[in-house]
Design a protein around this ligand. Sequence first.
Ligand SMILES: *[C@@H]1O[C@H](CO)[C@@H](O)[C@H](O)[C@H]1NC(C)=O
Ligand SMILES: *[C@@H]1O[C@H](CO)[C@@H](O)[C@H](O)[C@H]1NC(C)=O
Ligand SMILES: *[C@@H]1O[C@H](CO)[C@@H](O)[C@H](O)[C@H]1NC(C)=O
Ligand SMILES: *[C@@H]1O[C@H](CO)[C@@H](O)[C@H](O)[C@H]1NC(C)=O
Ligand SMILES: *[C@@H]1O[C@H](CO)[C@@H](O)[C@H](O)[C@H]1NC(C)=O
Length: 595
Amino acid sequence: MHLNLTHLPSLILPLILLSISTPLHLSAASSTPTSFTLRQVPATNVSLEFLDPTLPPALPKETAPKCSVLVLQRDFADTVGSPPATANYTQPPDCPAPWTRVVLELSLSVSNVQRDRVAAVWVNGAEVLRTTTPLSTSPAGAFWKVHKDVTRYTTLLRHYGGSGTVTMRLENSNIASFSGVFSANVSLHFYRGAVPVARPAAIGTAHPTVKGLYREPADLIIPITCEKDAEGGGFWLLVNNDSHVPAAPVTIPRNTYRAVIEIFSSYHADDEFWYTNPLRSSFQGGLGASRANGGFRQLYATIDGQFVGGHIPFAVIYPGSINPYFWSPVTAIGAFDIPSYDLDITPFLGLLLDGQPHEIGLGVKDSQPYWLLSGNLHLWVDAWSDAVEAGLVEYTSPPLKINRHAEWRNQDGQSEVDAEGLIRFSGWVSSSKGNITTTVRQKVKFKSQVEVQNRGAVKHVEMMNKERTTVGLAKGNQAMGRVQLFIEAPLQVQTSSVNAVGGAVFQRTRLYHQLQEVLNLNENMAVSTSSLTDRQDAEGSVLMHDGAPLWGSGSLRSSYKYRDENTCYLRTVNAAGGVVKFDVASPQCSGVAVA
Ligand SMILES: *[C@@H]1O[C@H](CO)[C@@H](O)[C@H](O)[C@H]1NC(C)=O
Ligand SMILES: *[C@@H]1O[C@H](CO)[C@@H](O)[C@H](O)[C@H]1NC(C)=O
Ligand SMILES: *[C@@H]1O[C@H](CO)[C@@H](O)[C@H](O)[C@H]1NC(C)=O
Ligand SMILES: *[C@@H]1O[C@H](CO)[C@@H](O)[C@H](O)[C@H]1NC(C)=O
Ligand SMILES: *[C@@H]1O[C@H](CO)[C@@H](O)[C@H](O)[C@H]1NC(C)=O
């Protein structure tokens, strides 16, 4: 079927005309620039400020920070293959630890049209933020700010006696019409004074700060990275496939009584759109075989080769993906602060407390080239003893039950990947706090479905991830506390395509994406619950040529709701044609009419 372009709906904004022969993401390993043409640009009234509506960090009452330090200021022009930007920083003498909150602010602008990039910030060698940059389609550029509560990393700032390094990597290239240069400022804001609401500063993946039972930030953070001699950080572990699990040797103090591995990740090249991948064998034709291994991935960690826990990643949609006009000016869920994942490995401390180095590995199940990972090992140490004792009691870790099913006839057909699993780890640690048993239990239920009809013209993607993770502490037979995190992340993308003149394809897409998290904290006989629902619904059209947008339009409705015993916060933002049409935040969740 052919479409006469003069009959396209008038709401379509002519924005940019470009042709790109590789995916829009560029990073460590894919540094070869490709050829671009850009024929047409301007768009009036398009917002230059991009935003990610999330819960503002919980701050002390007198909300002005005790001090703010601009730690790194840098322009990123042609930076592919260069070392990351590093700056030394010194804590102002009148602003010593302890702090009740530390907030990282990344303020960025781009000077012109530029592709979307992945960037990250490290403090003293440990990654603290993984982020993406919006697709800048205007010659006037764009600007945005990312705020992240980094209180859980305060040990990194104290560790070097108030000085250290801050590193940022943003690989960019200024070629042809993509001449946008990024300017970045990284600042740290230090707060003192009591935080008014005892909200567990964090909820799951959306605000990974001080979580649940881990109210106190770790005493020590050891980065898990390939470049041991690169003090400042700025390096990632590259994972190419399922059987490739890069590992780093780590030696931990013998008086460690609690340990958590935090995993940062981003996906590139063949796996940039893993969450929409169908399952089909290479001889079944259609999509490139490399994109056809299904939509299931799991991030996991190993200790000396043994699996110690994993998480199915939340599908963060990059700014250039699906329909780039959806994500302007409101970004996709998690795009400014890509969620990291915590694995409580306290039950395994018995394997690590011998004062010897152990290999901690990070992997991605079912992955294709390539993922960029890094890990932080958060450790809590017993100030009252030189060595603690620990032992593993239970290790129940059957492989996930994965069912794969595919039925294709030429372009059309459907495929499904289901995964289900239950793991349980339990171990005791005897320290000055007593002999405490930690039990980690995780239940996973995942489904990815892809259906293609009408000779490839209609594609329907559906994904659902449900995960329940419980960490319980007990002294003998007496329960001391329990934190339970329930995650539900549905995604639906429906696209219909029509061939247009000149080999272009006109695509109409409808998308629904949600991240729901409920955290139950059970401590000292008291139970508290907090919940978050971050939802986006988008609809729009785009004219694609060679896999890149020629022009298009999009409208997005987003709502972010957080609730606990003391707070209810709701922000609704609707955008269309690159402009915010409706933006209401309500600290009481009341009086908001959803437009
Ligand atoms: C652009 O914005 C101005 C002022 O807000 C408004 O008057 C004008 O109608 C807008 N133009 C378009 C094309 O939306
Ligand atoms: C940071 O400090 C170290 C040692 O004091 C020095 O060698 C290095 O050049 C400094 N780096 C920057 C970017 O100023
Ligand atoms: C960075 O800070 C400098 C100095 O305060 C300011 O002039 C500049 O506009 C800032 N840049 C961004 C992207 O925020
Ligand atoms: C997996 O990746 C590693 C590292 O890049 C490579 O050496 C190995 O050949 C790959 N294995 C498969 C089956 O592709
Ligand atoms: C701690 O408790 C576990 C059982 O809960 C026991 O097996 C272990 O021996 C105890 N460790 C010490 C040092 O008492």
